[in-house]
Design a protein around this ligand. Structure first.
Ligand code: FES
Ligand SMILES: [Fe+2]
Length: 397
C-alpha cells in the first residue's frame, strides 16, 4: 500500500507509513468545496429515484447538489428524460418541489414561460410581438439518464463515463442482495439540511467501527444483524449480514417470516455520496444521498422503498420510524460534533484504524474514499500530479 503522511495543507504530499486522510480544512474550506463541485459532483451520477417513481407521464423528481438542480421527468412518449432545472428566460428555477407530477407543461413561476415534458419550448407570453424571437433556441438543456439497480440516475456531464463503466458490478450486487428491487415502490421521502460538510456523513456511512460504540441506537443497530461481511470495489462497496435478534430494541420482526427478499442487512455505497441501506426483515430499502450545498452545509435526501403493500405493515413502519427518528438523530449529533472538531487548532486530521484482517471494525473503506476523492480533485486541478490510488485487495475486502 502506498503510504502518505498526515498533513495539513497539500493533499498529495507523500511520506511516512500512516493511513492517508484528507486534511481538516477539506471539511470547511470554500475553495475545496468549489474544486469538489467541479471535479466530482458536476460529473457524478446522481440518484433521482426508483424507476417506480416515474410510472406516469409528468412524474418528476428534482435532484439538487452544489449550486445545481436537475429535473428528471417521464415524458408523454414514456421516455424518462433529465434537464437542467432552470428557465431559459431569466434563469429562475423551474420546479421547486422534490417530487410530484407535472400536468401538461413545465411552467416557470416567474413569467410563465412553458416547456413540454420533453423539454421543448412551448410558449412565452407576448412572444408574437417580439421581433426575431426564435423559440428553437429555448429548449431545456438535456442531461444524461441511466437506469442502474432499479434506480434512475442523472449526470450533467456529457463526457462522464457511464455509471455501469464507472461502477462495474454495482447493479449486479444490488440485485443479488435485494432480488426484488425492480418491484419496489416509493413509500416516502424527505430532505434534511445539516450544517456539516458532506464528507462527514459519507465517512460515517462507511464506518462500521462506530456501530457498537456510539450510543443506544447504534447498539440496537448492531443487534439487528450478525455475520457482517464486505466487498470493496473502486467506486462502490457493499456490506451484508444475516438477520440478528428479532427483539433488537429498534424494531421487532418475526424470524419465521422468511421470503428471501430483503431478509438480511445490506449497506451499499456508491461514490461519492449515495448510500443504500436495507434493515433485516424490515422490507424497506433506504436511499440516502448526502449532497453538498456549501462547504459546511449538506442536504440529505432520504427516500424509502419496499415491496408494494408493505408500506403500512407494522414491521416496516417501526423500522422506518426508528431510522428516521432514533438512529438518524444519534448520527446527526455525531456529525455536528465532528464538524466542530475540524476547525480546532488541536486537530491535525483523522487517523484511520486499519487492522490486518480488514475486519468490520477496520476503517480502511474511509481511507479508500479519501484517496479516491483526493485523486479526482487533484487530477482535475493539477493534471499528471501523483495519485494515491486506493489499494483494493478483493480477498480482504
Ligand atoms: S425566468 Fe422563467 S419565465 Fe422569466
Ligand atoms: Fe452511525
Amino acid at each position: 500500500m502506498q503510504t502518505i503522511s498526515r498533513q495539513t495543507t497539500a493533499s498529495t504530499e507523500a511520506v511516512t507509513g500512516e493511513p492517508f486522510s484528507l486534511p481538516p480544512h477539506w471539511y470547511y474550506d470554500a475553495e475545496i468545496y468549489r474544486r469538489e463541485s467541479d471535479a466530482v459532483f458536476q460529473r457524478s451520477w446522481r440518484c433521482a429515484g426508483h424507476k417506480s417513481e416515474f410510472t406516469n407521464s409528468g412524474d418528476f423528481v428534482t435532484v439538487n447538489y452544489c449550486d445545481e438542480s436537475l429535473l428528471v421527468v417521464r415524458s408523454l412518449d414514456g421516455v424518462i428524460r433529465g434537464f437542467f432545472n432552470v428557465c431559459q428566460h431569466r434563469g429562475h428555477r423551474l420546479m421547486a418541489e422534490r417530487r410530484g407530477n407535472i400536468k401538461r407543461a413545465i411552467i416557470c413561476p416567474y413569467h410563465a414561460w412553458s416547456y413540454g415534458l420533453d423539454g421543448a419550448f412551448k410558449n412565452a407570453p407576448n412572444q408574437r410581438n417580439v421581433p426575431g424571437f426564435d423559440k428553437t433556441r429555448f429548449c431545456l438543456p438535456e442531461v444524461r439518464i441511466e437506469e442502474c439497480g432499479g434506480f434512475i440516475w442523472a449526470n450533467a456531464d456529457p463526457d462522464a463515463p457511464a455509471l455501469r463503466d464507472q461502477a462495474p458490478g454495482f447493479d449486479e450486487a444490488l440485485r443479488r442482495f435485494l432480488p426484488d428491487i425492480d418491484e419496489a415502490a416509493f413509500f416516502e421521502g424527505w430532505t434534511e439540511s445539516l450544517p456539516v460538510n458532506w464528507k462527514v456523513q459519507v465517512d460515517n456511512g462507511l464506518d462500521s467501527y462506530h456501530f457498537s460504540t456510539s450510543g443506544p441506537a447504534h447498539r440496537q443497530l448492531v443487534a439487528s444483524f450478525k455475520d457482517l461481511k464486505r466487498e470493496n470495489h473502486d467506486h462502490w462497496l457493499i456490506s451484508w449480514g444475516a438477520a440478528g435478534d428479532p427483539n433488537n430494541g429498534a424494531y421487532t420482526f418475526d424470524p419465521s417470516d422468511q421470503r428471501q427478499d430483503m431478509d438480511g442487512f445490506t449497506l451499499a455505497w456508491l461514490y461519492p455520496d449515495t448510500l443504500l441501506v436495507a434493515m433485516p426483515m424490515a422490507r424497506v430499502i433506504m436511499m440516502y444521498v448526502m449532497a453538498p450545498l456549501g462547504p459546511e452545509i449538506s442536504a440529505t435526501d432520504y427516500a424509502y422503498y419496499g415491496p408494494p403493500g408493505m408500506r403500512d405493515s407494522a414491521v416496516t413502519r417501526a423500522a422506518i420510524d426508528w431510522m428516521d427518528k432514533i438512529l438518524s438523530a444519534e448520527d446527526n449529533s455525531l456529525f455536528r460534533g465532528v464538524q466542530k472538531g475540524a476547525k480546532s487548532r488541536g486537530f491535525k486530521g483523522a487517523y484511520f484504524m486499519i487492522d490486518n484482517d480488514h475486519s468490520h471494525f477496520s476503517e480502511h473503506p474511509i481511507e479508500r474514499f479519501h484517496r479516491l476523492l483526493n485523486d479526482e480533485v487533484t487530477e482535475a486541478n493539477s493534471p499528471g500530479a501523483p495519485r494515491l490510488k486506493p489499494d483494493i485487495d478483493p480477498a480482504l475486502g
